[in-house]
Design a protein around this ligand. Structure first.
Ligand code: ADP
Ligand code: MG
Length: 676
């Protein structure tokens, strides 16, 4: 059976099985699914097309017997001449004295190695007597370690395929094989290990790409269905007229995208199932406005709502803007870690007896001693900063509240449907009308003085500026020092009527608050800061964003920072000061100056950084695929997603044709892994 221990395969002894275990191969099935991580292609090209220093393959006739020279201890060099396309090419082979016996004048030989165009010479790494048949042109390369070699692994896989071939069953229903013209499983699997040609290999990979995506999407969607149905009985009967009235009091009308997202969220709230939705939108696209409407809707349903944000500054700001927005329509309270003692106890009591409707706060609002009387709606801002743990605590706290995660880091659609496959996603991809586009420039440090003069000019017009210093680790003293130094430098540079402020993570909460308040009131004109101002801070009068050492930030983060300006009706500017060394860094700066659409940027970022890095190490949530590549195989991902949706919605797993697929899903462990 495929689930047999790997030792069941002929030639695999105790020792070798241990080596294989180190690669994660325990069963026959593991072995068969251990695909090469790349393929070396030896394709014979005309001499004129060979590139200097490239790895190339040539075929020719040996002109005279090789000569062998020894040098040093055990070192040897074998040289011979090969006639290729009537040209004499010199072949050099190091430390393979034994090959002298094999290679004789007149032999046809295929050589692979590094090409030297000037000397017409090949440094041979591989040779094979005879013509290059198609079989040997594509060499699978496995990721190996210890005593496992490519050769040994290949041989073992060959044996396993021979002995277990009949047990490799098709799991994809016939209809997909036909529709997408994909090879069936056994063939495709054999091809993955022993490709005969590029075309076969391409189709085999296409097959496993689709299979991986389909299985993944099916699991995600099954999970979502189960989770959803487990939460039946939490409809929020909000008051549609009151909600309409609330909206009509806004000084603006909602954008189409806001309306669409709002409709989706309200429908979730009304439904008997718990909402688990992600609301994405660029900075300033109006997510908070939508969230406020939903909070209000929840209140009209007699529930409490909570808004959870990552920092105290942000909590404070949201608290203030919501208080203004709601007026006497709701009781709003701020609960952060710095609220202590009697004040905190009072707040907890008011939450518990429902004399407050909306609680705004940081993680403090999910602590053990916080009891909500009737929590119906929870908004988590900048969700990727919250771990699974907090989400769970929050979920357990109320009576199955509807949860809306908001993020201003536009997540590429590819990632959204994989990493967040068990969530619904709403997107606000449109800016309110009348916003001026932020002009972005990239410059080197030697123009810093000009930049400073520019700031001075804008300040004379009554505007304000941020100057951001990179801070990679919140605790990194050096980075804070950067900000402090720059602060002093600017204070020195400008006349005393320009006030420069300083902000960084080491300041006390009330110090931070004071600085922020002074900046908001234009008592500070230039705010030098580390990235603590990254999220949410709203000072519409600030029109200039200077980002120092911009090459140290990712695109998404730069975009976030840039979003701090352009919030009022004045023209805003973002100036990136950077001297990136590599091409990728330069490309990033260029992209920033050319693109203001966050979704486009995030797609670019994903391409430059790869999916693993996109969210940072801590909370990737992005699955690892063996064959599939989320970015490259995007279309297959979309197809698989649509198919999975149809399968689940139409209950197709019960059809005979889907029997194998169903069985495969039932025996995999994803449900027990995820349903905790
Ligand atoms: P986000 O939370 O996505 O960053 P906000 O909801 O905070 O965006 O909105 C940013 C600013 O734009 C706020 O001052 C808000 O009042 C305003 N705003 C929101 N929606 C609209 C709209 N449809 N038209 C005009 N201004 C809007
Ligand atoms: Mg916001």
């Amino acid at each position: 059976m495929l689930s047999d221990s790997i030792t069941a395969v002929k030639g695999v002894g105790e020792k070798f099985s241990e080596d294989l275990a180190a690669l994660g191969i325990y069963t026959v099935e593991d072995l068969l699914n251990y695909f090469p991580y790349r393929y070396d292609v030896y394709e014979i090209k005309p001499l004129s097309e060979l590139i200097h220093e490239d790895k190339v393959t040539i075929e020719g006739r040996v002109i005279h017997d090789p000569s062998l020279a020894f040098y040093g201890r055990k070192k040897s060099r074998l040289t011979f001449t090969v006639e290729v396309e009537n040209v004499a090419v010199k072949a050099v082979m190091f430390n393979r004295a034994f090959a002298k016996k094999h290679i004789n004048a007149g032999d046809i030989i295929t050589l692979s190695g590094k090409w030297d165009v000037n000397r017409l010479q090949i440094t041979v790494s591989n040779y094979k007597k005879g013509s290059a048949d198609s079989q040997s042109q594509i060499q699978p390369m496995y990721s190996i370690k210890g005593n496992v070699t490519n050769q040994k692994l290949k041989k073992t896989i060959k044996t396993a395929i021979k002995d277990y071939a009949d047990e490799i069953v098709e799991i994809l229903p016939e209809r997909y094989l036909t529709a997408y013209k994909i090879p069936e499983r056994k063939n495709a699997l054999t091809t993955m290990h022993f490709p005969r040609n590029r075309i076969d290999l391409k189709h085999a990979r296409r097959r496993f790409t689709y299979e991986e995506f389909l299985l993944f999407q099916l699991k995600m969607q099954l999970l979502r269905k189960i989770k959803r149905e487990a939460t039946e009985g939490n409809a929020q009967n909000y008051h549609p007229y009151k909600v309409q009235e609330f909206i009509s009091e806004f000084p603006f009308s909602l954008t189409k995208a806001q309306e669409k997202s709002l409709k989706q969220i309200l429908a979730d709230m009304k439904s008997p199932y718990r909402m688990n939705r992600l609301l994405q939108g660029d900075v300033g696209s109006g997510k908070t406005a939508v969230a406020a409407i939903c909070l209000y809707a929840s209140i009209t349903a007699g529930k409490q709502g909570a808004l959870m944000v990552p920092t105290e500054i942000l909590a404070e700001q949201h608290y203030q803007s919501l208080s203004e927005l709601f007026g006497d329509k709701a009781n709003i309270i701020l609960l952060t870690g710095s609220v202590k003692g009697k004040k905190r106890r009072e707040i907890l009591t008011s939450i518990e007896n429902h004399t407050v409707d909306i609680i705004v706060g940081t993680h403090a609002l999910i602590q053990d001693d916080v009891y909500f009387e009737n929590l119906g709606f929870v908004i988590v801002d900048e969700q990727h900063r919250f771990g699974v743990e907090q989400r769970r605590t929050l979920r357990d706290k109320g009576l199955n509240p509807d949860v809306l995660f908001m993020t201003a880091t536009p997540i590429p659609r590819t990632l959204a449907i994989t990493a967040f496959g068990d969530m619904d996603v709403s997107v606000i991809d449109e800016m309110p009308v009348g916003r001026k586009e932020i002009e972005t420039y990239w410059t080197k440090e030697n123009t810093f003085e000009r930049v400073l003069r520019f700031i001075e000019k804008q300040i004379a017009l009554g505007e304000q500026a941020y100057v951001i210093c990179p801070l990679i680790e919140e605790s990194d003293k050096l980075d804070i020092q950067n900000a402090v130094d720059l602060f002093h430098q600017l204070k020195e540079f400008y006349p005393p009527d320009i006030t420069v402020g300083l902000m960084h993570g080491r300041l006390h909460t009330d110090e931070k608050d004071n600085v922020m308040k002074e900046f908001a009131a234009n008592d500070i004109q230039i705010l030098v800061s580390t990235t603590v101002v990254e999220v949410g801070v709203n000072v519409p009068n600030a029109t200039i964003m200077i980002i120092y050492d911009a090459e140290r930030f990712g695109l998404s983060q730069l975009h976030q920072l840039r979003g701090r300006v352009g919030r009022g009706d004045k023209q805003s500017y973002c100036i990136l000061i950077a001297d990136p060394k590599g091409e990728v860094g330069k490309e990033r700066m260029r992209i920033m100056t050319e693109t203001i659409n966050g979704f486009e940027l995030s797609e670019q970022d994903l391409k430059l950084r790869g999916p693993g890095d996109f969210f940072g190490k801590k909370q990737s949530g992005v699955p690892e695929f063996k064959v599939a590549d989320m970015i490259h195989d995007y279309r297959a991902l979309e197809t698989a997603r649509a198919d999975a949706q149809e399968i689940i919605e139409s209950n197709m797993l019960e059809l005979g044709e889907f029997h194998q697929l169903k069985e495969h899903l039932e025996t995999s462990s994803f449900l027990t892994d995820k349903l905790d």
